[in-house]
Ligand binder design. Structure first.
Ligand code: GLY
Length: 425
């Protein structure tokens, strides 16, 4: 079986490696470029990385399954498009992907099916939104309705910040049409938990939990990122939270069936736990990054089998090992702001054999004459996910940081407290 993965980050690299564990998998193609490519993970180098270039690739290459990583493609209806061409594809269709691509749609869904979530109102113009601020205290959360590459959420500490956020969205149109509507939401404080689930035939099959570190600096300081550290299972998850989550899952299943969304793929429930009570912050309709880098190494069941079970609407036989995975993401200095790339990465050959290194943003430089790889350079804000899977968090943490010391690139930066400060949550 040949598989194409749309996307090119650490998530896609982790999916590719997991798919190769199934002997039916011959090759996995990555749509653009991942520096972790080897003889069975092949860079398709689709220059424009758009539906047209994907179509052209599918004409000339025998592909049996397409798996979609990033939300943008799902929101544009790539699954509907591929299915119409008779190509087997994994992910939700456009209608179901609205659970991520429209914050207002997701909140309405949660409201209708009594899924606990923060109080909210939606607005489609500046004046109404400004007046709406009176409904909330501070901090207040302002979210652009559409997809904004992780930048659409502002936590406003006071009225001045909130007015600025509304001005940026409605007047300066910093998110374009993705900010034509906003969700204004009560701020909840607590810790977050990520729960990825397969959705097959309107039934939800949850993975084990994970905890994402979103802030760029130690002690959860600085701006939000796509995620710069992750632990699975979430160290704060309890039996009681599991019970609350199961009740929420039943309500989501009811909603998916009644709304006839035909959801097939991954539903990523972004939870927040405030004073022991579980709230749904958001839905994503795809694998998380870096959650995938810590979840898939713990997966005991076979990923490809689970994906096929989902596409066929069958029960998904998921199984996780009783161990702990931890990832620290090496980033380019100044990420998530403007950063430089193209720096050579050294030391990858020095890491311990049981350490997993997934490539988030790297590039192989190939010698044109010999076709041989000459070096790997940085090619993104998030560069490498260094992952250890051990019997407990302390051992995983020690292994990750010991091995990070062997990897070098100019302007390398990373959080030093992943797995350390959890008592502060
Ligand atoms: N780590 C959060 C996300 O994938 O959206």
């Amino acid at each position: 079986m040949n598989i194409l993965i749309i996307g090119n980050g650490g998530r896609e690299h982790a999916i590719a490696e997991a798919l190769l564990k199934n002997e039916e998998t011959e090759c996995v193609y990555i749509s653009t470029h991942n520096g972790g490519a080897h003889e069975r993970i092949i860079n398709a180098e689709l220059l424009n990385n758009d539906i047209e270039s994907i179509d052209k690739f599918l004409v000339k290459t025998q592909i049996d399954l397409v798996i979609v990583g990033p939300e943008q493609f799902l929101s544009e209806g790539i699954i509907d498009h591929l299915e119409a061409k008779g190509i087997k594809a994994f992910g939700p269709r456009k209608l179901a992907a609205r659970l991520e691509s429209s914050k207002a749609f997701a909140k309405e869904f949660m409201g209708k099916y009594q899924i606990p979530t923060a109080k909210y109102f939606k607005y489609d113009n500046y004046d109404a939104a400004l007046a709406g601020l009176q409904e909330f205290g501070y901090p207040v959360v302002i979210k652009a309705d559409g997809l904004c590459a992780g930048k659409g959420v502002s936590i406003c500490q006071n009225k001045k910040d909130a007015v600025q956020a509304l001005t940026d969205i409605f007047h300066n149109r910093i998110f374009g049409d993705q900010g034509a509507e906003i969700v204004m939401e009560q701020f909840l404080s607590g810790f977050e938990a990520s729960l990825l689930c397969f959705v097959s035939g309107n039934k939800i099959y949850p993975f084990d939990t994970a905890m994402d570190y979103k802030k760029i600096y130690d002690n959860d300081l600085g701006p939000n990122t796509g995620g710069v550290g992750c632990i699975s299972p979430n160290p704060y998850w309890t039996t009681d939270l599991d019970q609350q989550s199961n009740e929420i899952i039943r309500k989501i299943e009811q909603g998916l069936a009644e709304e006839n969304l035909g959801f097939t793929g991954i539903l990523f429930i972004g939870y927040l736990v405030e004073n022991g009570k579980l709230y749904v912050l958001e839905f994503n309709t795809r694998f998380g990054d870096p959650e995938t880098e810590v979840l898939l190494p713990r997966l005991k069941s076979d990923l490809l089998t689970n994906i096929i079970q989902t596409i066929e609407g069958k029960p998904v036989e998921l199984d996780f090992a009783e161990n702990v995975a931890m990832a620290t993401i090496l980033v380019s200095q100044d990420y998530p702001g403007k950063y430089e790339t193209g720096y050579e990465i050294s030391g990858l050959d020095l890491v311990d054999p049981d350490i997993l290194v997934y490539h988030n943003g790297t590039k192989q430089i190939i010698d044109a004459n010999s076709d041989q790889k000459v070096k790997i350079v940085t090619n993104g804000g998030r560069v490498l996910s260094v992952v250890a899977v051990k019997e407990n968090l302390a051992a995983a943490r020690q292994a990750v940081y010991n091995n990070i010391n062997r990897i070098h690139f100019a302007n390398m930066s990373y959080r030093t407290d992943i797995g350390k400060t959890i008592d502060n949550y």
